[in-house]
Design a protein around this ligand. Structure first.
Ligand SMILES: [Zn+2]
Length: 288
C-alpha cells in the first residue's frame, strides 16, 4: 500500500485544520464505511459523525492532509453503526475501497494502535504522554521515549533460468488462501542486515543458497506494522526442503504453470510481476 502523492503525512494538525475533514473511524481494526452501495465509500457524512457513534474524541489523532482536507483517525467504543454504514475489516476492503484511501487508512490505524499499546511506560509503568507533537510518547517519570513500532522484514523472489525457461521459487504457508504461493519472506533479527536475513531465511525456509541479490522496492504494510524490503536473487545451490511448521509447500514454477499469486496491491505481487516482465512483457499474469 502506497500513500498517494497528494497526501502529506503529518503528526500535529496545522492551526488552520478544523475538525471537519476525512475521518477514519475504527472499532478495533475495523473501519467504518458507507455500505449502501456495492462499493464501500468514504468520507462519512457529517451527520453520521455527529450522531449515533461513540467516538473517543479525546483520543483522536491527526493523520495528515489530503490536498486541503484534514484527515483524522478515531476509535468508536462500540461496533454499532448508523443505518447504511458498517465496520469492515481493512483486508476485506481491498479492491473495494479506493487504493489511496486504503493506504491512508493503514497509516491511521497504526497511529491509533501506537497510542493503544503504549499508554504506559514499559520500563516503570507510569502513564506515558504524547511528545514531539505526536511523533512519540514519553514517560514523565523516567524519561523513556517510545516511537511507533515498525518491523523491517525482507522478501526475496529466487529465480533461475533452466532448459524450460525462467523458473520462480514460490512457497506457501498454511495460513495462505488455498492454492496461493508467494515469494519467501521473514522478519529481520536484531543486528542483522537485510541481505544477511535473505541468506539465512532462504536456507532456513527452503534449504537453498542464493547469490546476486538485487534490491527491488519497499513498502509499508499495516498488518500490523511491517516495512517489507523486497529483493530478487539468483539461485545458487541446494534442493528445496520446506521448513517444517513454517512452509507447507515450495516449488519451482515455470511461467507457463504459475499458481495463485498474491493480491495486486501487495509488494509480493509487484515483485513477481517484475521478474515475469523481464522475460515476457505480455504474460497473462501481468494483466490484473
Ligand atoms: Zn518510565
Amino acid at each position: 500500500m502506497i500513500l498517494p502523492s497528494d497526501f502529506e503525512p503529518l503528526w500535529a494538525a496545522p492551526e488552520s485544520a478544523g475538525q471537519d475533514g476525512l475521518w477514519f473511524v475504527f472499532h478495533r481494526s475495523n473501519l467504518l464505511v458507507y455500505t449502501e452501495h456495492a462499493t464501500p465509500m468514504l468520507p462519512l457524512p457529517a451527520d453520521v459523525l455527529s450522531g449515533g457513534l461513540e467516538i473517543d474524541h479525546a483520543g483522536a489523532r491527526f493523520v495528515g492532509m489530503l490536498r486541503d482536507t484534514p484527515v483524522w483517525a478515531a476509535r468508536s467504543a462500540s461496533d454499532r453503526a448508523p443505518d447504511g454504514h458498517g465496520f469492515e475489516n481493512m483486508r476485506g476492503l481491498f479492491n473495494r475501497l479506493p487504493d489511496d484511501l486504503l493506504a491512508i487508512g493503514g497509516r491511521a490505524v497504526q497511529m491509533l494502535e501506537f497510542d493503544r499499546t503504549h499508554r504506559f511506560c514499559g520500563a516503570c509503568g507510569t502513564p506515558s504522554e504524547i511528545f514531539e507533537g505526536g511523533r512519540s510518547r514519553k514517560c514523565p517519570s523516567c524519561g523513556e521515549t517510545y516511537y511507533p513500532k515498525v518491523s523491517p522484514a525482507m522478501m526475496v523472489l529466487i529465480k533461475r533460468d533452466g532448459p524450460n525457461g525462467r523458473e520462480l521459487l514460490l512457497a506457501r504457508s498454511g495460513r495462505f488462501a488455498r492454492g496461493m504461493y508467494s515469494a519467501l519472506a521473514g522478519f529481520v533479527e536484531p543486528s542483522e542486515s537485510i541481505e544477511e536475513c535473505i541468506h539465512r531465511e532462504a536456507f532456513e525456509e527452503v534449504g537453498v543458497r542464493v547469490h546476486n541479490l538485487a534490491y527491488f522496492s519497499s513498502q509499508g504494510w499495516p498488518f500490523p506494522n511491517s516495512l517489507m524490503v523486497a529483493y530478487v536473487a539468483d539461485y545458487e545451490s541446494g534442493e528445496i526442503i520446506p521448513q517444517e511448521g513454517e512452509i507447507e509447500d515450495a516449488r519451482w514454477f515455470t511461467l507457463d504453470d504459475l499458481p495463485g499469486l498474491p493480491h495486486r496491491l501487495s509488494i509480493a505481487r509487484r515483485l513477481i510481476s517484475h521478474v515475469i516482465r523481464e522475460v515476457d512483457p505480455d504474460h497473462p499474469a501481468l494483466r490484473v
